[in-house]
Unconditional design. Structure first.
Ligand code: SAH
Length: 248
């Protein structure tokens, strides 16, 4: 049988936020490749299915391993959290294809979309992404902090709602604070800031504050931070960004 590779995402956490197409692709797979905790979220489909768990830092090695398995005739699913194309494995797979064995370009490679953290986080609080928005990963493992600062500045100057992925980790405790310092120089102190932890799970928790009073220590690696645009506002217990532009 010819091999195949599907890159998929489990969604933010709750089983019913995994799409039926993703579930079906998982059931078809002979081999699952991914970061251990993501694989642990997936119930065993059939006893013959092999799991290749790895740690989180070696995305390209994991992509090459998955491509080799597919080239050897296996039906491989590469598993990410959320959506596989958002700060996750899909780009690593294509990077490995670009630099790797030319035969990999002939493989049957597909990507299944998933519910990314920013959408689950927005839904926990209302509609903060209702206007134009951007997403920035604060991790500087794969890009420089100078690039991150340039993009934060552009997001603020464009008055986008800014979704911050990877806001904090043990290796990078200070960067979110530095990001807020930068944003405070460019945006109003009353700008809404949301910390949504474990969005789309039973343990979801929201902290809503403003840029002038924000405490970066609230965020951990399971938190998505949303910094509002000038129009983002609170209504009752909800937060939304109107689609209509208006002066504030
Ligand atoms: N591919 C994933 C993102 C991977 S980057 C996706 O599409 O969601 C990892 C970062 O995503 C975390 O540091 C955190 O900022 C965010 N994240 C992932 N799941 C989350 C959740 N359930 N709630 C809040 N943030 C989450």
């Amino acid at each position: 049988m010819t091999g195949s590779l599907v890159v998929l995402g489990t969604g933010p956490g709750k089983a019913d936020l995994m799409t039926p197409a993703t579930r079906a692709a998982l059931d078809r797979a002979t081999d699952l490749v991914g970061y251990g905790p993501y694989l642990d979220r997936i119930p065993v489909s059939h006893p013959g299915q092999c799991r290749h768990a790895s740690d989180n830092r070696v995305e390209l090695d994991r992509a090459r391993q998955a491509l080799s398995l597919a080239a050897a005739g296996r039906q491989v699913a590469v598993v990410s959290g959320g959506d596989p194309g958002v700060f996750a494995m899909a780009a690593a797979v294509f990077e490995a294809v670009e630099a790797g064995d030319p035969a990999w370009r002939q493989l049957d490679i597909t990507v299944e979309p998933g519910v990314t953290a920013m959408l689950a986080a927005a839904a926990e609080v209302g509609a903060p992404l209702g206007g134009d928005f951007c997403a920035i990963s604060l991790s500087d493992n794969l890009k420089s902090w100078a690039t991150i600062e340039r993009r934060l500045t552009a997001g603020a100057e464009g008055d986008f709602v800014i979704a911050l992925y990877n806001p904090a980790s043990k290796a990078r405790p200070h960067q979110l604070g530095q990001a807020f310092d930068l944003l405070r120089k460019l945006k109003d102190a009353a700008t809404v800031v949301l910390f949504v932890r474990a969005a789309g799970t039973a343990e979801a928790r929201v902290v809503s504050t403003v840029l002038g009073e924000v405490d970066a220590a609230v965020a951990d690696m399971r938190t998505l931070v949303i910094v509002g645009a000038s129009t983002t506002r609170q209504v009752g217990r909800w937060v939304y960004t109107p689609r209509r532009e208006r002066s504030t």
